[in-house]
Design a protein around this ligand. Structure first.
Ligand SMILES: Nc1ncnc2c1ncn2[C@@H]1O[C@H](COP(=O)(O)OP(=O)(O)O)[C@@H](O)[C@H]1O
Ligand SMILES: [Mg+2]
Length: 258
């Protein structure tokens, strides 16, 4: 049966190395169509949750279900088309922009390509290129800026049309207004899809249906922006003291974790 985008993590615990617990007893249900933000200091487990949903790793305890089926029993091929996990460093191939986009959907029409480019806020850039979408991007996309590579990967993900889209700091090289625009474009374009947003600019995530706040591998609190501000807990602290967040970003950048 087709994946609709219902995600359940049931009592999930996980460690990359024996004895070093990274997630501890996570219970989480994401409804189809829900727009979710994962927030927390660097190392709190945001990326690990995304990776377990995409089944890049298997849980140690508990289970992850997508539309009621344990991901360990879903064929990886079907999981990879239905769940799209985008990281900071997108995989870009030494081909043209268009060929990179078509990897998301080889039968995409010109209109669909154009639409995806607009959702990723890449249309101005493409318009200025003499060869437009036929422009080669170089090895690993090195003819593009970091932000352009991220937008290209986003546009490709739009064409892939996943049921579950996991955006793990995948807009980190965009400026704040552009990141906000792209988030809104995605939410509008994918009303029935489940989207999980991770961004170090938590102010870009105020509008989501639900914010889940992680602290050292456990869910500390969750709710809307207004509820969490009223709670006066970790989220309110992170939100009003951005220095706490940026200081906390350092270890992950140094160790290269996403
Ligand atoms: N591949 C890995 N091997 C070992 N430890 C890892 C790996 N990836 C992440 N970790 C550790 O797991 C914890 C959670 O990391 P992560 O999920 O990447 O947090 P976040 O995305 O919130 O910054 C951190 O302590 C991190 O150092
Ligand atoms: Mg991360």
């Amino acid at each position: 049966s087709p994946i609709r985008g219902y995600v359940e993590m049931d009592s999930v615990s996980f460690a990359y190395r024996d004895g070093e617990s990274v997630l501890d007893g996570i219970h989480l249900k994401l409804e189809p169509g829900e727009k979710i933000a994962l927030v927390g200091m660097s190392g709190s487990g945001k990326s690990t949750i995304a990776k377990l949903i995409a089944r890049l790793y298997d849980v140690n305890r508990g289970a992850v279900y997508i539309d009621g089926i344990d991901v360990q029993n879903v064929k990886l091929g079907s999981l990879r088309t239905k769940v799209c996990y985008l990281l900071q460093d997108a995989v870009i191939f030494n081909r043209t922009m268009k060929e990179n986009l078509l990897l998301g959907n080889p039968s995409a029409t010109t209109t669909e390509l154009q639409r995806a480019v607009e959702i990723a806020d890449l249309q101005e850039f493409v318009r200025r290129l003499p060869q437009g979408l036929e422009t080669p991007v170089g090895p690993r996309g090195n003819a593009l800026s970091g932000g352009e590579r991220q937008r290209l990967a986003l546009a490709r993900a739009v064409l892939q049309n996943p049921s579950i889209l996991l955006l793990d700091e995948s807009t980190s090289a965009l400026d704040a207004p552009s990141e906000q625009r792209v988030f809104m474009n995605l939410a509008q374009h994918f009303p029935r899809q489940t989207i999980v947003f991770v961004s170090h600019r938590i102010s870009a995530l105020k509008w989501v249906d639900r914010i889940i706040v992680l602290n050292r591998g456990v869910i500390e609190e969750q709710g809307t922006h207004d509820q969490l501000i009223r709670n006066g807990g970790l989220y309110a602290h992170l939100h009003t003291a951005p220095s706490a967040l940026s200081a906390a970003q350092l270890p992950s950048q140094v160790s290269g974790n996403n």
